[in-house]
Design a protein around this ligand. Sequence first.
Ligand code: FE2
Length: 281
Amino acid sequence: MDLRNLDDATFAEIEAAFDEYGVIVFRDQFLTPAEQVAFSRRFGPLDHFPYGLFNMADHPEIVILSNILQEGKPIGMNDAGRYWHSDMWTLDQPPRGSMLCAIEVPVEDKIALGDTYFASSTHAFDTLPHELKARVASLHGVFSTARYKKFVGHEKPDNVYLKEIVKAAAEQPDSEVTHPLVRKHPRTGKTCLFIVEGVIRTILELENAEANDLLDTLLAHTVRPEVTYRHRWRVGDVVMWDNYSAMHRAIGDFELPLRRLMHRTTLSASEMESSHDATTG
Ligand SMILES: [Fe+2]
């Protein structure tokens, strides 16, 4: 399909597939920034990426992900997302989902680099042992930006990309936000595990050692290779993920002169209506 020209019925099919599968892929779309924003808005309001550093000047709804340097300065985030996460977990209300358009993809020996892994947080919860489901559903994680900075190595910004991020992050005071480890998807009613690798400082209801053991167990269960999808990018791809029902992780196996350029929009959760109630009572 051509995402520039969708009638309402076709768009409804896309949104239903997005709700059902959590990750959807469209090949050969080649959307301009304006077209990407227009298609994204059909899902509802958009969130701007918090730091603003790499948001496009004329389309601030788009944040640039790239390793490209202009006059020695990065034009986008490069090192971001190289851990299992869902997006913008620092917010009280993280977004509904994200959409990534591939503008330039690094290729070496005819093989694309910079793949993205996905795992299903709903499948992860559904396949937990019965007792663990009940236990996890009562717990709350403390998500910490200080812990994140330690995890990704902000103390030693050893490259130009990380230096820029660290500079931007330094302007933001460290923060913590408490999220339940299990949340219900506002549209589908599906139960989703809510964990992020390396950033949950502790679990409110548990001792630290017990919390860390449990988080390790949950992450290992969620991202088993047999239940992950690895997306190999092509220029023109549009990939969307549901931030409740999917986790993802970027692979940093490329560097200049191989160039990567992606445009991301972020779907807000602020006006997510429940289609679940209407269809299932
Ligand atoms: Fe991400």
